[in-house]
Design a protein around this ligand. Structure first.
Ligand code: FAD
Length: 548
């Protein structure tokens, strides 16, 4: 080991020889590292916080006055309400049409980022697939526009209405239908919350093959509808591979009964793939069957400070070479992002001093001794080569969660000041951080970033799933303004197009990126997508004004 090896890392390195604690042991508080990891709060809880009044969120229609309500859609009448009550029960209808239900409906109208706000007066909360079918058939026949809503944690404004579209909330469809611990196949209602499913699987020594900061709120139906990527795609792959079957309802009420449990099934077109990442534009997902891997017995997490993005790339290459099959996450965080988490949570930083970059590495394997040996060799190498400047290694479950909190807490921390312009992009790895630097320079040169209230923007932050070449470029702002938006868009999309990247790596298109899809998809591809949309939803009632 190099004599210049950082003290904390050297100590952690020695302690790493102890067997790691399995992830699901009861958490015990140890020193300064005992902080909650899941700092994410649900949308509804946010609105209950008096310091964040929902009325401050501007209507999408005021922010984007060129958007016009599609005159093909009917207005909701008391007769429509009557039908819905008879079809799914009074308790399942949040009716703001025939009475004042503004307070009950507000959380369904406004998105997590406080950026988009609709005007709906009707929320429907079905409990069964048959009820969803009755709702959509009626909406289709009566030309009533619909927005499917899961946990409302989406980051592109797809989950909330723009005008008076009816919100169909899946939250009451929350049953785990079956689990087979031999095949690892889980079948759930679409409204099951991701964390609930993962906790259930933990009791059976399995895990959900997707994990993300919003896991306490987002629903599996929403995850599938957005094709969410998350923190461990590097290891477990995308939902396009892990979703084995799907049940959905088309606008005309047809139930797509493809809830198969087979890993192999080459009998015809794989139509379920259209719903994965379809963002509720061709139908409502009501059930999902997912292949879930065995939960790893040994999980280790290390958190490093690094001097430059070149060093981050070297560390990544080395992690792949040396940790290969046990590497389950490699997450990038820049110094500013960690500064914001520190500022907002007040939590003690894992490392002393400021570093330009931070990386969180997670390994998951079945043999603690073997994993520790590999990790030791890796640590020895990155320290000896001075690739990392400093680091800590979690010693138990509490510390694992605490270190993850520095990564998962970023989204919420930077949204704390007012709002965030969010760009979730895929670009070749060597250019990943250049985008953050050039955006920062651009906003500074336009006088849009500063320390006091006269400046709309607070900074420019970069973090993300480095293992998947997926960067989250975020601009935290005191308020959403046209100057900031116009300084970034479409400049940022042109930047990405020049490098053959994707303008949406994992968050989807929603309303935020609808008009920019051409930067990542050819005219032919967009035409084919529109054909699919017209085929499944000829009246255009499903999540209008968004996607394509
Ligand atoms: C703190 C935080 C961290 C996040 N981290 C990640 C991350 O790492 N990776 C990532 O990919 N995303 C991330 N997200 C974004 C978001 O959590 C995901 O997009 C998630 O999959 C959305 O699920 P949801 O249930 O909240 O869906 P919603 O937000 O309710 O809806 C999202 C879209 O799916 C549609 N939809 C929802 N349910 C259904 C259904 N049953 N049938 C058809 N359409 C439906 C909606 O109409 C909408 O277009 C994060 C968000 C937050 C707030």
């Amino acid at each position: 080991m190099s004599s210049s090896a950082p003290k904390v890392l050297a100590r952690a390195f020695r302690q790493a020889k102890k067997p790691s604690v399995p992830r699901l042991k009861p958490i015990q508080c140890i020193g300064s590292l005992c902080e909650p990891i899941r700092s994410f709060s649900t949308t509804r809880q946010r609105w209950e916080d008096a310091t964040e009044p929902s009325h401050k969120v501007k209507y999408t229609t005021d922010m984007y006055p060129t958007l016009k309500r599609d005159p093909r859609f009917s207005e909701i009448t008391p007769e429509h309400i009557q039908f819905f009550k008879s079809a799914i029960g009074d308790e399942a209808v949040v009716d703001g049409v025939t009475k004042d239900a503004a307070d009950d409906i507000e959380a369904f109208n406004s998105d997590w980022m406080r950026k988009y706000r609709g005007h709906t007066k009707l929320v429907l909360r079905p409990k069964t697939t048959e009820e969803v079918s009755k709702i959509l058939k009626y909406c289709n026949e009566n030309k009533l526009a619909v927005v499917p809503q899961g946990g409302n944690s989406g980051l592109v404004g797809g989950s909330v209405p723009v005008f008076d579209e009816i919100v169909v909330s899946l939250s009451r469809m929350n049953q785990i239908r079956s689990f087979d611990d031999i095949s690892g196949i889980l079948v759930v209602d679409a409204g099951v919350i991701l964390e609930v499913a993962d906790n259930f699987l933990a009791e059976h020594n399995h895990l959900f093959p997707l994990d993300l900061g919003a896991k306490g709120s987002c629903q599996i139906g929403g995850n599938v509808a957005t094709n969410a990527g998350g923190l461990r795609l590097l290891r477990y792959g995308s939902l396009h591979g892990n979703v084995l079957g799907l049940e959905a309802v088309l606008p005309d009420g047809t139930i797509v009964d493809d809830l198969g449990k087979l890993r192999k099934n080459n009998t015809g077109y794989d139509l379920k793939q259209l719903f994965i990442g379809g963002e509720g534009t061709i139908g409502i997902i009501t059930g999902v069957s997912v292949f879930c891997p065995q939960r790893s017995k040994a999980v280790n997490v290390a958190y490093f400070g690094l001097p430059s993005f070149e060093h981050v790339q070297k560390a990544f290459r080395e992690a792949k070479v040396q940790l290969g099959e046990i590497l389950s996450a490699f997450e990038l965080m820049d110094g500013q992002s960690q500064g914001f988490v520190h500022q907002v949570t007040g939590n003690k930083r894992p490392l002393e001093g400021d570093h330009p970059f931070y990386v969180l590495i997670e390994t998951s394997g079945s043999n603690g001794e073997h994993d520790n040996e590999k990790l030791e060799q890796f640590l020895e190498y990155v320290m000896g080569e001075e690739i990392v400047s400093d680091g800590v290694l979690a010693q138990d479950e509490t510390q694992v969660r605490s270190l993850w909190g520095w990564r998962e807490g970023i989204t919420e921390a930077i949204g704390h000041f007012g709002g965030t312009y969010k760009y979730d992009v895929s670009i070749p790895i060597q250019d990943l951080y250049k985008l953050v630097e050039e955006t920062r320079e651009r906003l500074l040169s336009k006088g849009l970033i500063g320390d006091d209230d006269s400046y709309p923007a607070i900074g420019v932050v970069g973090y993300g799933h480095m293992g998947d070449s997926n960067l989250h470029l975020n601009v935290p702002v005191r308020r959403y303004t046209k100057e900031v938006e116009e300084a970034i868009e479409p400049w940022v999309y042109e930047w990405i197009q020049k490098r053959s990247g994707s303008i949406s790596a994992e968050h989807g298109l929603g309303i935020a990126k609808k008009k920019y899809i051409g930067y990542s998809r050819s005219e032919n591809m967009i035409k084919l997508m529109k054909q699919i949309k017209d085929l499944y939803d000829p009246q255009g009632i499903m999540n209008p004004y968004k996607y394509i």
